[in-house]
Design a protein around this ligand. Sequence first.
Ligand code: FAD
Length: 435
Amino acid sequence: MSEEFDAIIIGAGVIGASIAFELCKRGYRTLNIDKLPAAGYGPTSNSCSIVRAHYSSREGVAMAYEGFFYWQDWPQYVGDDDESGLAKYMQSGTVLLGSGTGHHEKVLRHYRDLGVEHELWDNAELRRRIPIYDTGAFWPPKRPSDPHFWDQPAGELDGAIYTPGSGYVNDPQLATHNLQRASEARGGKFMFKAEIGEIRQADGRVRGVTLTTGHQIDAPVVVNVAGPHSFVINRMAGVEQTMNVKTRPLRHEVHHVPSPPDFDFEADGFHTSDGDTGIYFRPESGNHILIGSEDPDCDPRMWVDDPDSYDRNVTEAQWEAQVYRLARRIPSLPIPHERKGIVDLYDVSDDWIPIYDRSDLDGFYMAIGTSGNQFKNAPVVGHLMAELIERVEGGHDHDHDPINVKAAYTGVGLDAGFYSRLREINPDSSFSVNG
Ligand SMILES: Cc1cc2nc3c(=O)[nH]c(=O)nc-3n(C[C@H](O)[C@H](O)[C@H](O)COP(=O)(O)OP(=O)(O)OC[C@H]3O[C@@H](n4cnc5c(N)ncnc54)[C@H](O)[C@@H]3O)c2cc1C
């Protein structure tokens, strides 16, 4: 490839493709490089792609709420350049159960402050809206091996917060392909089955990348969007030691089970965040339910040293933990004999809040540490990173005077300093997938 590029983006997941699209809209000639055969084939393809706003911090809620509008507006946002069709936004709404985590109380303050549309449901309303739910409180979350796992609930849930604007994207890989095509329509290029082996630099500035084949490609800007491989790329660039917040891969399982046969969860179910039992779940096609973990303290954290080598099989222990927890919330849930699910990696930061920032190497940027919860924010991050790159390349000292980016739909100011690599660990974080 002998063309010249303004920016090389390492990775073609949903965030890498979003950054490309937003930079292309600003006239940058971009190149996304990914070692996999197509866009969104890494962890993005296994994402539950849930779009919800309940983050611990005001900044987290503001960014996620902004995300609602991109997904609701998807056909207008990406245009109609994709021969494969467009990903669909399934606006199921979210039910955040009031639990011993206190997360709902934190979130409610931010919803009120930011004007996030919501309703407060008491347990009677919750049962009326979703008659298959048991509104008992099983807190704290336990593993099925705990002798008290099947105990009668000690009390009742603290109601729920319902947000009608949230939901999930039906096909995260297709959404990424949509972004690829939208970028290409504005001149962006994508190179697949190509692996970055070196970040080249001279005089304190990035110069480009070298592929493992030895092929060199130059650009004044290089962006690390390598997901669970982000730390590998940061080490190649020699910037990891200068960061206060770091990233590492965490193994996660998501399981699929059929809904109770007499309830159409696909049509009438809600994405539900159940901190009381330690899971989240959402409708899935075929009247199935997809179950993820909210990382309760009783569950072991499966950190992975080598993101190219980890156990990709669903384990009996975690399957039972997540499926049986759902069976506590939905007592009529049929427990299948076959264990279905996926295993993939989160790229987790020290405080489960992403790093969207420049680095100590001029021209080298990163959008990493997405901690299992940034699919929803991808287009917002594209906008924020494009603005950050443009301003910093224009001479702005972001480290000392963090930029504030106006959100395209809500108009809220997004404080990019919140995502700094130099920040202190944020004590308000849930230190879980809830961010
Ligand atoms: C099981 C699971 C469930 C999730 N559920 C949700 C959810 O419900 N809602 C939500 O908002 N978020 C969710 N997430 C998180 C979300 O999917 C991620 O934050 C998002 O997909 C990250 O996108 P990305 O572009 O950063 O990276 P990735 O999809 O991680 O892509 C990184 C790419 O970089 C490439 N790469 C790495 N190293 C190199 C190299 N050396 N050379 C070339 N290419 C390289 C990889 O091949 C890969 O394609 C979930 C994640 C997982 C794993």
